[in-house]
Structures are given as C-alpha cells and as structure tokens.
Design a protein around this ligand. Structure first.
Ligand code: FE
Ligand code: FE
Ligand code: ZN
Length: 293
C-alpha cells in the first residue's frame, strides 16, 4: 500500500474502554466515538478473583461483537499479574490468574491477551526471563489448542520491569516451548521512555528497523498509542495525550503514515474522563496526522 492510499475511514484506531456494566458495553462506548479497534479488561484490573463469565455474558458479548464494525479486540490482563514474581505465593496466584485470563479470552473469542512480561523484584533480569518463560509454558500447556495469543507488551523499564529492550522479548519468544502462541504489542510511550527515540523521522525509521530485525513485524499485532509525559530514556511510564508529550506530533505522524503498519490496530491508553472527550480529541489528532504533509 502506498501512503496516499491510506484512507482515513479505514484507519484501525481505537481506545481502551471501560467494561462497567458488562464487557459488551465497551463496544457501545468505542463505537460512539468512532473507534475501529478496542481494548478491554475481561475482569477488574486490580483484583485477583473474578466472577466466572456466565453463558449470558458470553452470549451478550458475541452478539454485540458480531454486529459491531470493531473487528480487532485486544484484552489487557490484570495489573496484579507478575509472571516472574520473586514471592512464590504471588507467582502462583499470577500463573493461575494468567491462565484464567487466557480462558476468558478464548470463551469470548478474543484473539489477543496483552500482558506486561513481569518485574523481577531484584532477582535479576536473567532469572526473571527464565521464570516468565516457565510461567508461559505452564499456561500454554494448560490451554492446548487455544486460539488466543499471549501478547508481550513492551515496557518502559520502570522499577524492575522486564521488556524494555526488544532483545528481552526476543529471549522470551525464543525460550518458550510454543513460540507460535506468542505475539508482541508496542506501547509508544513505553518504548520512548525506555530509550527508543521515535520522535524524529530518522529515529522512527531506526527504531522500527531495529524492531523488525530483533523481533519481526510478523509478530506485531497491536500498538498502544500514547505520548509520553517523561523524557527519552527516563524509564518512567506516564501517558500523555497525542502530540502533547515528549514524543510529539511528528513521531505519531511517522507511525500513522507508515504503510507497513497500516493494518496493525492502534489503541489509545491516554487519560480521560467519563464523557470520552479526550479520546475523541486524540482520535481526531491521529486522523489528521495520518494525512498531514
Ligand atoms: Fe499495558
Ligand atoms: Fe500499554
Ligand atoms: Zn504505560
């Protein structure tokens, strides 16, 4: 596809939306602001336990999603899950919760479960990566034949979080028994805070080439499009509205006009209030940048 052929209506852009009142409700919110893609939690993001999905929940979701023009849905796992937790009790809970998240996605027909690789809490990066691999192998072993992919999200590297270098994600993908279960999501705020400069034309090209060399675009299934409140390499994860942070409009213009990545869903995780006016504003900025000179 050439740049001029990227039509504004076709842009695969959307946002993370609330599931208050039922997961299917997120579709109504997303459609009301013109999203073509959507991210949801399939349960409360800051609790371990979740009520199992009922037949009715699943039916409702399937009815609404099949009628929706939003065909790309990503689930984000709970923030409590740490697949390389140093504390054995937390590790056990995390592994159970991760498997449960895979099951929820599979039941709903969601193809992508986005998760943060994990934080090693002082155990060291190599041991952390080993534990993440073991956790994923256990989860995949217990969910044989599932269609949902485990999607590693790039991180800012805050604290002891792993996944702030593309090489770390590569090690995890290479280490697991079933690499075909693995995919990757690039969070623009996170990679920038981790030190990947996508704010300039040259920087953007270099970073994307590096991603393609180390991981490969064929593994890339989503972007989280967030500007960054903090500077390049700050390792601090604070999302900002598109164009108003340290990445700035040019970085997002490069992304929105990159024909190699036009078919990859781009999902906002930027701050917002209940009326979603900030989402509307950020979506409109992305649309403008897609055709900006
Ligand atoms: Fe995330
Ligand atoms: Fe993210
Ligand atoms: Zn973040």
């Amino acid at each position: 596809m050439t740049k001029s052929k990227i039509q504004n209506d076709d842009l695969l852009i959307g946002a993370h939306e609330s599931i208050a009142g039922g997961i299917y409700k997120a579709f109504e919110l997303a459609e009301s602001i013109g999203c073509r893609t959507l991210q949801v939690f399939t349960k409360s993001s800051n609790q371990w336990a979740a009520k199992p999905l009922t037949e009715e929940d699943i039916e409702n979701y399937k009815t609404v999603s099949s009628k929706s023009n939003i065909k790309h849905v990503v689930a984000h796992d709970s923030y409590l899950i740490n697949l390389c937790a140093a504390n054995p009790e937390i590790l056990k809970k995390s592994r159970e919760a991760f498997l449960d998240e895979l099951k929820r996605c599979e039941a709903l027909g969601i193809k992508y479960l986005n998760f943060h690789p994990g934080a090693h809490m002082g155990a060291g990066e190599d041991d952390g990566i080993k534990l993440i691999i073991e956790s994923l192998d256990r989860a995949h072993e217990q969910s044989k034949k599932f269609k949902v992919l485990s999607v590693l999200e790039t991180t800012a590297g805050q604290g002891s979080s792993l996944g702030y270098r593309f090489e770390q994600l590569r090690k995890i993908i290479d280490g697991v028994a079933e690499p075909k279960r693995m995919a990757v999501c690039i969070d623009t705020c996170h990679i920038f805070a981790a030190g990947y400069d996508i704010s300039t034309d040259d920087g953007y090209e270099k970073v994307m080439k590096e991603f393609d060399d180390v991981i490969g675009f064929d593994r890339l299934v989503a972007f989280h499009v967030n500007d960054s409140k903090k500077g390049l390499g700050s390792k601090v994860d604070r999302h900002e509205h598109i164009g108003k942070g340290m990445i700035g409009k040019n970085g997002f213009k490069c992304l929105m006009q990159d024909p190699r990545l036009a078919a990859i869903p781009k999902i906002l995780e930027t701050p917002k209030g209940e009326d979603l006016k900030e989402d509307k504003m950020n979506l409109s900025v992305l649309r403008k940048l897609a055709v900006a000179k």
